[in-house]
Design a protein around this ligand. Structure first.
Ligand code: HEM
Length: 506
């Protein structure tokens, strides 16, 4: 006993100061005798397999990497809190909105989308803005971006789109020839491409970006009344982006500028804040829109926003891997009062995230502190790799429901809301895609400076496209959004306007 104590708490003096030294151990807790030299058969003999410390150290090192996120691999997170601006129980029974001043802890991860884990944060991309609310009803993840719409409206196209945007399987470099080849078949992307190629595609700081839930969700109150909502985080720091010349400067000075800025500002006590706004539409008002309000390539124009709370980020993780890297945000992490809308893209996401996270982090990912709900988890999901909890129930050999030995109850108020159905099972595109009109609205609302930057950013990539047809089709989409937009882009990319017009007619 005395020996063990001495082993685990040696006090040594280093240059006058006394530092408490902890004994180095192997993973089984046994002390390490020598961490500098392997065990060898004599001075010139081979290294011995019996050096279990050496073997374990190399084995653990070889397994340090887990799969990076298939998208949004490059990111950084921070902890904070959300405070409700009022009582919104007339709209939803979701806990964070129950009463004015209610505090809900959050973890947020910001990210780029297509670029890999160590890539420069200066590269053009939408930015992920994912928020995990740790509520007493369970974890709710609002997994959004810094732009209000998306490229596609059906999840069946997501893997194709990401393949085209990711590095080429031949050269391992990103290539506008590949992604514009894809997008020339996807006029639905015209609106989102316009957003991405504005300077919002290169934010100055994560603190100076807004966030959007993009999809419509349903809010449900205790009467079972449904409203469709869209979420918008408004940065209280203001929105600031990098202009094309600034991107080059920042890239050469510090391509980790977004992470460094977030960490240094939070550590200085300069805690960034966002107000959360919602747009609310009754099912009737949603159906009356002159575009499809469930189409993720559309914003709800002219619908007023209501402020429902404020989020403050006040603490960065002690360890990047434990928290940011192992955090798992999923649109399927929903709580009572929030349900998915029928948006086809969102419906695909409900499956995709939970599925990839079972692969990336394993079946027991909810046991990791950053993903663990504050609410008690009580179910009969069990076992799997690296399990550290027993299944629910007081009697350990009851791992099923129902049982006469252990009674667990259901919360009837948490059942799915009834939704009327009409039509037939089908496999068809939506009937009113209106692919171009909101891209035109966006373009016309830009300042002259922002229009110039948009044209120069977009032309920079389009001018790398060698297939003249792909180039002309892309320009024709922007021309259909707005004639001035398309004409300026045609000039900047040396595409004949007559050719653009004839493609636009098609
Ligand atoms: C059907 C369309 C989509 C699919 C299939 C999809 C799939 C994925 C997958 C597989 C991941 C990696 C998750 C992980 O490993 O933890 C991911 C991450 C992410 N996605 Fe999507 N995505 C889609 C559309 C969107 C949209 C529309 C948004 C924004 C509204 C979005 C925002 C994000 C964010 C923010 C992350 C990173 C979350 C984090 O920080 O860990 N995605 N997506």
């Amino acid at each position: 006993m005395k020996l063990a104590k001495t082993l685990f708490a040696l006090s040594i003096g280093i240059t006058g100061s006394s530092v408490q030294a902890e004994v180095l151990t192997r993973d089984n807790g046994a002390p390490v005798g020598d961490n500098q030299n392997s065990i060898t058969a004599g001075e010139n003999g081979s290294v011995l397999l019996q050096d279990v410390h050496l073997i374990q150290k190399l084995q653990r090192f070889a397994r340090e990497r887990i799969p990076e996120r298939v998208v949004h691999a490059r990111g950084t997170g921070a902890h904070g809190e959300f405070i409700a601006a009022g009582d919104f129980s007339n709209l939803t029974i979701a806990a964070p909105f129950a009463e004015k001043g209610k505090v809900t802890p959050v973890f947020v991860r910001f990210s780029t989308v297509v670029h890999s884990k160590g890539s420069p944060e200066t590269l053009r991309d939408p930015r992920g803005f994912a928020t995990k609310f740790y509520t007493e009803q369970g974890n709710w993840d609002l997994v959004g971006n810094n732009l209000p719409v998306f490229f596609i409206r059906d999840s069946i196209k997501f893997p194709d789109m990401v393949h085209s945007l990711k590095p080429s399987p031949v050269t391992n470099t990103q290539d506008p020839n590949r992604f514009f080849d894809f997008f020339s078949h996807e006029p639905s992307a015209t609106h989102m491409l316009t957003w991405v190629y504005t300077n919002l595609g290169t934010p100055a700081s994560y603190r100076t970006m807004d966030g959007f839930g993009v999809h419509a969700y349903k809010w449900i109150n205790d009467q079972g009344e449904v409203n469709y909502v869209k979420f918008h985080w408004q940065s209280k720091q203001g929105v600031k982006s990098l202009r094309p010349s600034e991107v080059k400067k920042v890239q050469s000075e510090d391509f980790n500028h977004l992470t460094n800025d977030l960490y240094s500002q939070i550590n200085k006590g300069n805690h960034p804040q966002w107000d959360l706004y919602v747009k609310v539409l009754s099912p009737k008002a949603l159906a009356a829109l002159d575009y499809n309000g469930l189409d993720a390539t559309k914003v709800w124009l002219d619908v007023p926003e209501t402020k429902v709370g404020t989020m403050t980020l006040n603490r960065v993780p002690d360890n990047f891997f434990l928290e940011s890297e192992q955090s798992a945000f999923a649109p399927s992490n929903l709580i009572p009062g929030v349900e998915p809308s029928e948006d086809r893209l969102l419906q695909g996401r409900l499956f995709a995230y939970a599925d990839t996270q079972l692969y990336r982090l394993g079946a027991n990912l909810f046991q990791l502190p950053v993903n663990r709900p504050l609410a008690t988890v009580n179910n009969y999901n069990q076992n799997g790799f690296s399990n550290n909890t027993k299944a629910a129930g007081k009697a350990l050999d009851v791992n099923y429901e129902p049982s006469r030995q252990v009674v667990v109850t259901e919360d009837r108020s948490s059942r799915a809301v009834n939704t009327a159905l009409s039509g037939t099972v089908q496999q068809q595109a939506i009937t009113n895609p209106r692919d171009f009109y909101q891209a035109g609205e966006l373009y016309r609302n830009l300042t002259e400076q922002d229009k110039q930057d948009l044209i120069s950013n977009l032309a920079g990539d389009l001018n790398q496209v060698s297939n003249p047809d792909v180039k002309a089709i892309m320009v024709s989409y922007f021309y259909r959004a707005d004639k001035d937009y398309g004409t300026r882009l045609a000039n900047a990319t040396q595409v004949e306007l007559s050719q653009v017009k004839s493609k636009a007619m098609m």
